[in-house]
Design a protein around this ligand. Structure first.
Ligand code: F6P
Length: 357
């Protein structure tokens, strides 16, 4: 049995993409007669017809490599059916290129946007299998995404290192952690790094509660405080706004980000010296952790099994300790937010961590 497999990586990169690509390729080569086509820069390469035949040896030595050997790009799902100034019908082009490549199936590695386009292509009749990648851990019907735990390790290390300098200077430190919509990364890294205050997009904060928590620590003789703040954290007024209005208000605010605003407010309201640290894309860089190497490999192998069995239109995920697959249509278009009553949130509260409300 020969199967010709196209692979692409789409959206923001993360550690573990290459490990997953390697997992798909090695398992496919071992299970059946596989031919693999690498599509360049995600859906951009599929639209524009940029691909290459991959050699077997290209999948060696990449288990520990960060980023993606295939390149990636952001191609917003909302524009997929829109014909722009270039007059390109993107969906038609993707289908035509799938045929030109003579693919039996397409494996897409990506986050929420990637899954939506993967589902669109599946509905258009292509054979698609998708793997859940993102440091945000916000993909529906999977307990965990690859890249997440590596990012947790990196963000935790940032908080650990800030602890010592914050303690030496008796300062408050605001660490801005990636996650615009979902706060999983901030929650995990905040707890792992021993943050005193954790602010998530899912739990709107009240700046006075935040200042009280900092002041309480100062009054108890603790000269420093660490705040782990998700980049998408919002206060109660912002949370009450419509999405568009909130985006406009954010764009108009005289601060580089929410963390800078919070730091300025702490200084103004209680006079505590505060610094902001934004580790940014460092959280997505470098080698995957051992956990993510195993997870990515397992997801990749599962994708190869689905291809061997001719089971398509599926999103691979983790349920408990088992790798599973769910129909793409059930996964696409939904976001896995942190439930406000999640056990980890409850544990944080019970430890006396201020969640900003
Ligand atoms: O989706 C992953 C992510 O790292 C988010 O946490 C972050 O908000 C966003 O991507 C940043 O996007 P970009 O890399 O395009 O700046």
């Amino acid at each position: 049995m020969t199967r010709r497999i196209g692979i692409l990586t789409s959206g923001g990169d993360c550690p573990g993409l290459n490990a997953a690509i390697r997992g798909v390729a090695r398992a496919a080569y071992a299970m059946f007669d596989a031919e693999i086509v690498g599509i360049q820069d995600g859906y951009r390469g599929l639209i524009e017809g940029e691909w290459r035949e991959m050699r077997r040896d290209e999948f060696s030595g990449i288990l520990t490599l960060g980023g993606t050997i295939l390149g990636t790009s952001r191609q917003p799902f909302r524009t997929m059916r829109v014909i722009g100034e270039d007059n390109v019908d993107k969906v038609k082009s993707m289908k035509k290129n799938y045929e030109r490549m003579k693919l039996d199936c397409l494996v897409t590695l990506g986050g929420n946007g990637t899954h939506k386009t993967a589902n669109l292509l599946s509905e258009e009749g292509l054979n698609v299998v998708s793997l859940p990648k993102t440091i945000d851990n916000d993909i529906w019907l999977t307990d965990v995404t690859f890249g997440f735990h590596t990012a947790v390790d990196i963000a935790t290390d940032v908080i650990d290192r800030l602890h010592t300098t914050a303690a030496s200077h008796g300062r408050t430190m605001v660490v801005e952690i990636m996650g615009n919509k979902a706060g999983w990364l901030t929650l995990y890294a905040g707890l792992a790094g021993g943050a005193d205050i954790i602010l998530l997009p899912e739990i709107p904060y009240d700046i006075d509660r935040v200042c009280e928590a900092v002041a309480r620590r100062a009054n108890a003789g603790k000269a420093f405080s660490i705040l782990a703040v998700a980049e998408g954290a919002m206060d109660r007024e912002e949370a009450a706004m419509k999405k568009k209005q909130r985006a406009e208000a954010r764009a108009a605010m005289p601060y580089a980000s929410v963390s800078h605003r919070i730091a300025a407010q702490i200084e103004q309201k209680i006079g505590v010296e505060t610094r902001v640290v934004v580790p940014g894309h460092i959280q997505r860089g470098g080698s995957p952790s051992a956990y993510d190497r195993v997870l990515s490999t397992r997801f990749g192998v599962h994708a190869a099994q689905l291809i061997r069995d001719g089971v398509y239109g599926m999103a691979v995920g983790m349920h408990g300790h088992d790798v599973v697959h769910n129909p793409l249509r059930e996964v696409a278009g939904k976001t896995k937010f942190v439930p406000q009553d999640h056990q980890i949130v409850q544990a944080a509260r019970q430890m006396g961590i201020c969640m900003g409300d």
